[in-house]
Design a protein around this ligand. Structure first.
Ligand code: ADP
Ligand code: MN
Ligand code: MN
Ligand code: MN
Ligand code: MN
Length: 342
């Protein structure tokens, strides 16, 4: 008896990494993380090695049922190592693991809103040949064939994420036709990041079967059309409740604005961020940090309910759809948890 394990990893493509995967046939029935073997690949084909010493190592870090193949088959997210078992320079997960461990006592959790856009050939799904659809206004959370494009793919992707056991927490149609969102979390930093990468892989893979493509391009259509972001919602135990919860929320918001922090964060929040964070289309300008209650034009939003309850979480609205979740969660934990520790 055998089963199929789809080994998935994040490559070294600049400026935005891509997902890769290949299939390993393993003996027996199913397997947990501990039993799964290391594997290798040709790093010279993924911008992760030079041709003369091109072997790179795949080490399994997260495993779940494969909803595409079903049965005993599994998806295996891997991190990339050098052959001496040190993390490869493209391996941003290893850096997050260190920071998560350092601040584990504060119990940081994240919910990430992943926006994306379907394309059919050169055009966003729902854009007419040689022209533009009606301006934005009716599409967000819309219903009906005149407004909604790609729902069968979105439903299939949601079902696949649930079957895989991912912590997906919702979906919605977005502001531009063909643009959608799903949310993963709230979960711990490594969990939310691993699961978001697998949910992205499932998005591409599900869309492939419907002969459309999905992109995380932060500004897929120039002009008066919303970009695609990855709002990153964050809390620690202190922020979620108890005495001083709202003070902790304010401390977190303030810490993100201190000194070089706004730039340290924004330059690592996804390629092309200055094209999206223009100050228009529900964004704050990329070079001006601000926070506010209910403010969708601020860098960081405190949801109205959170202010009312005096506890909860904050939303960093700056990350691009193409952000690396291992990077944004590391930066937020590093900045906010260090400030909260004082
Ligand atoms: P909106 O579109 O209004 O900005 P969404 O409903 O799309 O909000 O996303 C809110 C996200 O916040 C969800 O992913 C949810 O998991 C996350 N979230 C809720 N509570 C917390 C919390 N205490 N800490 C971190 N994230 C949270
Ligand atoms: Mn080969
Ligand atoms: Mn949302
Ligand atoms: Mn959204
Ligand atoms: Mn949001």
């Amino acid at each position: 008896m055998t089963f199929k394990a789809e080994y998935i990893w994040i490559d070294g493509t600049e400026p935005t990494a891509k997902l890769r995967s290949k299939t390993k046939i393993l003996p027996g029935a199913a397997a947990g993380l501990a039993e799964l073997p290391l594997w290798g690949f040709d790093g010279s084909s993924t911008n992760q090695a030079e041709g003369h010493a091109s072997d790179r190592v795949l080490r399994p870090v997260f495993v779940c049922p494969d909803p595409i193949r079903g049965g005993d088959d599994i998806l295996v997210l891997c991190e990339v190592l050098n052959t001496d078992m040190t993390p490869h320079s493209s391996n941003t997960r290893a850096l997050l693991a260190e920071v998560e461990e350092r601040f584990a006592g504060q119990e940081p959790v994240f919910g990430i809103e992943q926006e994306y856009t379907f394309f059919a050939g050169e055009r966003p799904l729902g854009f007419p040949v040689g022209g533009f659809p009606a301006p934005q206004g009716g599409y967000y959370c819309g219903v009906g064939a005149d407004e909604i494009h790609g729902r069968p793919v979105v439903e299939a992707h949601l079902e696949n994420c649930l079957t895989a056991g991912l912590g997906i927490s919702g979906i919605n149609a977005e502001v531009m036709p063909g643009q959608w969102e799903f949310q993963v979390g709230p979960l711990a930093p490594l969990e939310v990041s691993d699961q978001l990468w697998v949910a992205r892989w499932l998005l591409y893979r599900t869309a492939e079967d419907h002969e459309v493509s999905a992109t995380l391009d932060p500004k897929p259509v120039k002009g008066d059309w919303n970009g695609a972001g990855a709002h990153t919602n964050f809390s620690t135990r202190a922020m979620r409740g108890g005495a001083g919860a709202y003070d902790a929320i304010i401390t977190a918001c303030e810490s993100l604005g201190e000194g070089s922090k706004p730039m340290d964060h924004v330059k690592n929040y996804g390629a092309g961020i200055d094209d999206r964070l223009t100050g228009l289309h529900e964004t704050a300008p990329w070079n001006e940090y601000s926070y506010g209650v209910s403010d969708r034009g601020a860098s960081v939003r405190i949801p109205w309910q959170v202010e009312k309850d005096g506890e909860g979480y904050i939303e960093d609205r700056r990350p691009n759809a193409n952000v690396d979740p291992y990077v944004v969660t590391r930066l937020m934990v590093d900045t906010c948890c260090a400030a909260l520790e004082k």
